[in-house]
Design a protein around this ligand. Structure first.
Ligand code: FE
Length: 194
């Protein structure tokens, strides 16, 4: 599994992240590095690192082909579903919810929308726009809401062309520990308390 993830970062991950100044692999590795620098638990670092894996998995020879699909509002869902065969909920659920977290932050945080990249603003519309008050309440009740918001903030910051993030291999031991924990049944309760 880790080899397969490495191949995705090296192959389709080297493709352009449509409309952003970094490749998608660099973007994801920057997000993982930001989570690590913030002292996040390992599962949350993995979630940040893998949050856009749905853009790369099944993306074909060029990741850009899937990204070019302007209505790809479900990449969080697809990525989480694929990862759930190997990783615990504490990794997969923030990945699943990182698009919802953008819609949530647009609804509750003044100035958040204005700080989004142009591409993130553009995709917001096809992702459903800012959440309604009812959706906000439902989102906040979710176990992984806080973690999803954290991943979202690293996601938003991880578009810096001047920052060279660690290679994928830097994160491989951390991913291996999470796989092992899952295989040996040490499933974490998950979800950082609000
Ligand atoms: Fe992203």
């Amino acid at each position: 599994m880790i080899e397969e993830l490495g191949d995705l970062f090296a192959g389709p991950g080297a493709g352009e992240y449509l409309g952003e100044p970094v490749t998608i692999g660099v973007h994801m590795r920057q997000a993982g590095a930001l989570a690590e620098a913030a002292g996040a638990p390992e599962a949350l670092v993995a979630a940040a690192l893998l949050h856009d894996i749905g853009h790369l998995h099944d993306a074909g020879p060029s990741g850009a082909s899937a990204l070019a699909d302007t209505v790809d509002a479900r990449h969080g869902e697809r990525g989480a579903n694929w990862l759930s065969g190997w990783f615990p909920d504490a990794v997969t659920e923030p990945v699943r919810l990182h698009v919802a977290a953008k819609r949530y932050l647009c609804a509750i945080e003044p100035g958040y929308y204005a700080r989004l990249s142009d591409e993130s603003k553009r995709t917001l519309a096809v992702q459903g726009g800012p959440m309604s008050a009812g959706d906000v309440r439902r989102f906040e009740r979710g176990t992984f809401a806080t973690d999803a918001v954290a991943v979202r903030r690293w996601d938003d910051q991880a578009k810096e062309p001047s920052v060279a993030p660690p290679e994928f291999g830097h994160f491989a031991p951390l991913l291996a520990r999470l796989l092992t924990a899952r295989l040996t049944g040490q499933n974490e309760p998950g979800g950082t308390a609000r």
